[in-house]
Design a protein around this ligand. Structure first.
Ligand SMILES: [Zn+2]
Length: 264
């Protein structure tokens, strides 16, 4: 049986009449001489119209949605942080006021390149600010992931299992493609002492991540000082720190643990 289009062509022979560039999308489409004059339709635009009408995502939207879904699958935000915004951070002293201002400025001037490290003893709201930054960057339609460094390591380790449905490579590709990576609590992970002279797994992975994000925005929080972290990561220490602090501003928060309420 003949296709409908061919039958139409046979009954109403149409002649090609050149091409036209679509004013909407810039693609070109063919024009035909018809009894109603020279006509043609942009296929790209009419396909898009159909997708829009039935609420079907375009291939780009579908790919982007899938990517955002994949990124979100790694995010585990502690309950007390879920509502955190930069504005809801309540500073108690000068160092915290400075940290809040730096966070506001960071979001405002976000360029996908500048990085920031928030350091200080636990309970000063470093994670609050870091998570709030990640959320604000997402609101700017950028790809951001807030993740505790120990959770990230667990995710990577889980890919070594035969039962894993994702690969280590997929995680690293995701991390590489983020507009912003927020690594919470650097130094809280367990690093085996390397008395054999071999680099340990955790510091190798951390080095790989910072190396891959050398020219990309990363926000870190840590309870440690720079020299403490260098010591912790052994042979990898100096190069991890030099990459972590590449184009980064370091901010130290001081004060009392706001979560600590004296009971006796
Ligand atoms: Zn078009």
């Amino acid at each position: 049986m003949k296709a409908f289009g061919e039958l139409v062509k046979e009954s109403f022979p149409v002649e090609e009449a050149g091409e036209k560039t679509c004013e909407e999308c810039g693609d070109s489409y063919k024009l035909y001489k018809t009894p109603r004059g020279v006509l043609g339709t942009c296929k790209t635009c009419s396909n898009r119209e159909v997708l829009k009408k039935f609420n079907i995502p375009t291939p780009e939207e579908y790919r982007k949605g899938k990517e955002l879904h994949f990124i979100a699958s790694f995010e585990r935000v502690p309950h007390d942080l879920k509502a955190a915004t930069v504005n809801s951070y309540q500073p108690n002293n000068d160092s915290q006021i400075k940290a809040k201002q730096a966070a506001i400025q960071y979001v405002k001037e976000f360029d996908g390149y500048k990085s920031m490290t928030l350091a200080g003893t636990p309970g000063l709201g470093k994670s609050h600010l870091a998570y709030a930054i990640s959320k604000a960057i997402k609101d700017k339609k950028q790809k951001s992931l807030f993740i505790k460094v120990t959770d990230l390591f667990d995710h990577i380790k889980s890919t070594y299992s035969h039962h894993s449905n994702i690969t280590e490579e997929q995680i690293f590709t995701m991390i590489n493609n983020l507009d912003l990576l927020v690594l919470d609590d650097i130094g809280s992970e367990y690093v085996k002492s390397n008395d054999t002279g071999h680099e340990t797994w955790a510091s190798d992975v951390l080095y790989k991540i910072f190396d891959m994000r050398l020219t990309k925005a990363t926000v870190c929080t840590t309870n440690y000082s720079e020299s403490e972290l260098i010591k912790k990561y052994g042979n990898n220490g100096p190069r991890i720190m030099s990459r972590m602090m590449n184009n980064a501003v370091g901010i130290r928060l001081e004060g009392e643990d706001h979560r600590r309420k004296e009971r006796f």
